[in-house]
Design a protein around this ligand. Structure first.
Ligand code: CA
Length: 397
């Protein structure tokens, strides 16, 4: 993957400011940056971002990590925004039975496939575990009941400030029962991670690819039937973990310059955040079928005219191949469910036979689409058997 970020040319004034900042408080040392986020490639569209350019955490976008884990308790008070960065302040203080406090933020927005990026630097001094990662939850625990996908863009233990790891975990709840894991293992990056570096990962249906400063470092083949591909929040966190904290280096801070999330392909699922484009008319009920990703519920409608509609919010005009997930369900399935693809008034239809073949994505062809919500796919039950509705996707071609 090419580098997705360009620094502004260092002016004399900029170099002076940066030099002077080396002795200033941590929050003032964010390097110069370009004025506009640069997309990771053609067709990607920015769908969520926080540049941390304000003077406080935007609590409409973020909640706080507040658990007590390993050697620290996490406190909202420790998270600040100033000087163009979010700082997680690391302290030696007695709180909630611990001698140290860290913290973090968790996005309220739940996201799935796309390219995620941050620029970050860890603290100097042993004893802290800092991460840029995805998972369900609100920050009160790292073992929520609905824990499924975990993607770790980086996990760095400050005792070894050149080493990090990239990981994917497919959980099935708060315990490790049945979980699957992919990981780079801790490796030497050849970089001083106490300096600013850009960390990105591209999560697709077929897996996750991780990079540092635009250089690919690890890829995990995390398929949709190996674990639930969940809607997750972005977590930026640091806790005391991995040996005793070096108290001579406290207080200190881990900093994040920004978080950005781009989309290129558009999945619309019957489950997940309600506003994401799935609607029904008629009567649809939960099915016991496994969906396109493990544990993604399917619904079914049995009366002629029952209709399910998926309407993506396409953020970049372009050429996309549309698909609908066909759920084969034996003699109970609808042999002639009508699938309609409406591209801003240009309509094509076909039928799908749920009584034959195998479950999988069925291509509806490649067309040019405008940005916005003018395209939709619908499935209408024929009244013979029951039609099953799960997901559609628009994949950029
Ligand atoms: Ca589903």
């Amino acid at each position: 993957m090419k580098s997705v970020w360009r620094y502004a040319a260092a002016s004399a004034a900029g170099a002076l400011a940066l030099g002077a900042a080396l002795n200033a408080p941590a929050a003032a040392t964010v390097p110069q940056e370009a004025a506009v986020a640069e997309a990771p490639g053609t067709g990607w569209a920015l769908a969520f971002a926080d540049e941390f350019d304000g003077t406080a955490v935007d609590t409409s976008a973020w909640t706080y990590r507040t658990d007590v884990k390993a050697n620290s308790a996490q406190r909202p008070e420790n998270v600040t925004v100033s000087g163009g960065a979010l700082s997680i302040n690391l302290k030696q203080e007695s709180y909630a039975g611990k001698s140290f406090t860290g913290g973090g933020v968790i996005s309220r927005k739940k996201l799935r496939y796309g390219y995620y990026e941050t620029r970050a630097r860890i603290n100097d001094g042993a004893g802290w575990h800092s991460s840029f990662w995805l998972m369900a939850g609100d920050g009160s625990t790292t073992f929520p009941e609905d824990r499924r996908t975990e993607v770790d863009g980086f996990e760095t233990d400050s005792v070894n400030p050149t080493r990090t790891s990239h990981n994917v975990h497919a959980w099935r709840g708060p315990t490790s029962d049945g979980a699957l894991h992919w990981g780079s293992g801790s490796y030497d990056t050849g970089l001083d991670l106490r300096q600013w570096h850009t960390y990105g990962f591209d999560w697709r249906e077929t897996g996750v690819t991780f990079s540092i400063d635009g250089v690919q470092r690890y890829s995990a083949a995390y398929g949709p039937q190996q674990g639930t591909h969940d809607y997750t929040s972005v977590w930026l966190t640091s806790i005391a973990y991995g040996g005793a904290p070096d108290v001579s280096k406290l207080p200190s801070a881990v900093q994040f310059d920004y978080v950005r999330y781009w989309q290129r392909d558009y999945y619309v699922d019957n489950d997940g955040p309600a506003a994401y484009g799935f609607t029904t008319t008629g009567t649809w009920q939960p099915s016991s079928l496994t969906g396109w990703t493990l544990g993604s519920p399917v619904v079914y409608g049995c009366t002629a005219g029952d209709r399910a509609t998926w309407r993506p919010n396409i953020r970049a005009a372009g050429s996309y191949e549309a698909y609908i997930w066909k759920s084969v369900s034996g003699t109970g399935g609808d042999p002639a469910g009508k699938v309609t693809l409406d591209n801003a008034g240009t309509v094509s239809t076909r039928t799908v036979d749920e009584r034959s073949g195998t479950s999988g994505w069925v291509s509806l062809g490649t067309q040019s689409y405008a940005a916005g919500t003018s395209a939709a796919v619908s499935l209408t039950a024929s009244g013979t058997g029951c039609a099953h509705a799960d997901a559609v996707k628009f994949v950029q071609r």
